[in-house]
Design a protein around this ligand. Structure first.
Ligand code: R5P
Length: 265
């Protein structure tokens, strides 16, 4: 692995503990003004000190994040359909590698739709992105998206995650499931979990804790942070689980304390 690739990976996964809190705010590429991100900058800028990387689209980066920011950027480079389209899962390349380099990204993220009607298109586009990204030492984060008809179980997520790694992903982002250790054990590259739909803070912290125990290197979490009643308190609590070995209960206590502080300030 070349110096550039190693350097960029070290901006995504902390070399000190091999863990990461990736903050995902790329939802607008198919959802538009998602709840909590109507003014993306207002929500996200206070969270940056507690995130290891920020995952978003080029437009969101340009319009909402000051270029002076030192947060490492993972750029979403797949998309092409909206929530209104019945073929939501038919994604292709939406941002070139040249643009990723111009925006000083440390990584790019691409969704593959294993098992969906258009899986072949998404997988071939993914491998094209991997070839281009590897040429410049840029790691590709594979997002194993799940179609409405697919079950998020260890069998499916192991298949999708292992495929992503074998096809060239340097990091795999997937969903937490029962027997998650099977997904991690059969995937030769680091695995992070998405948060999914907003659930109570305590449950999201429990899921994070279980994922870390099962071998995940961290989270690439969005809605369970930015749609929390206290996003700063929540990212601090998630961070405590990922980096500081907090249990879910300890982290939830931290969330409540930090939330109280926020409300008092
Ligand atoms: C979905 O494809 C997007 O890439 C999101 O970034 C991802 O789902 C993580 O966000 P959340 O934690 O809200 O699921």
């Amino acid at each position: 692995m070349g110096w550039g690739m190693r350097n960029r990976l070290s901006k995504i996964i902390c070399p000190e503990d091999g863990k990461t809190v990736m903050l995902a705010v790329d939802h607008g590429y198919f959802l538009g003004p998602t709840t909590g991100l109507e003014n993306l900058g207002k929500t996200v800028i206070p969270l940056l000190p507690y995130a290891d990387t920020l995952m978003l689209t080029r437009g969101a980066l340009r319009y909402y994040i000051p270029p002076e920011s030192d947060i490492p950027i993972v750029l979403r480079v797949s998309g092409g359909t909206s929530i209104l389209n019945k073929n939501l899962l038919h994604e292709g390349i939406i941002t070139s590698m040249e643009e990723a380099i111009r925006l000083n990204a440390v990584g790019v993220a691409f969704s593959i739709l294993v098992g969906a009607e258009f899986e072949r298109d998404t997988i071939l586009a993914f491998t094209q992105v991997v070839d281009e990204a590897e040429r410049y030492g840029i790691p590709v984060v594979a997002v194993t998206a799940v179609g409405r008809e697919m079950t998020k179980d260890a069998k499916y997520l192991s298949l999708a995650s292992r495929m992503a790694a074998e096809l060239g992903a340097r990091i795999v982002k997937t969903y937490y499931c029962e027997e998650f250790e099977k997904v991690v054990e059969t995937c030769p590259v680091p695995v992070v979990i998405a948060g999914g739909k907003k659930i109570p803070e305590k449950d999201a912290l429990e899921m994070t804790y279980n994922a870390i125990q099962a071998g995940a290197v961290g989270v690439d979490m969005g809605r369970n942070i930015f749609q929390s009643e206290s996003p700063v308190a929540m990212i601090k609590a998630v961070r405590a689980v990922v980096h500081d070995n907090f249990t879910a209960d300890e982290a939830y206590q931290l969330f409540l304390e930090e939330k109280k502080k926020e409300e008092g300030s």
